[in-house]
Design a protein. Structure first.
Length: 57
């Protein structure tokens, strides 16, 4: 939502910190990268939030 509607304050600072902590504790793994590649092949578009965390993207 925040990426789709930047600057509108949709995600609070508190939630940003929470999401960052979740990302550090459970980062993207190899299966999520593979799944993102498979879905992108079918849909024709990427998930930039997952793809940027995957090697060889």
């Amino acid at each position: 939502m925040d990426a789709a509607y930047p600057g509108r304050g949709i995600i609070s600072k508190k939630n940003r910190k929470l999401f960052a902590a979740w990302n550090r504790q459970d980062s993207v793994d190899s299966w999520e990268c593979e799944r993102e590649r498979r879905v992108a092949k079918i849909q024709g578009n990427r998930n930039p939030f997952v793809a940027e965390m995957c090697p060889n993207q």
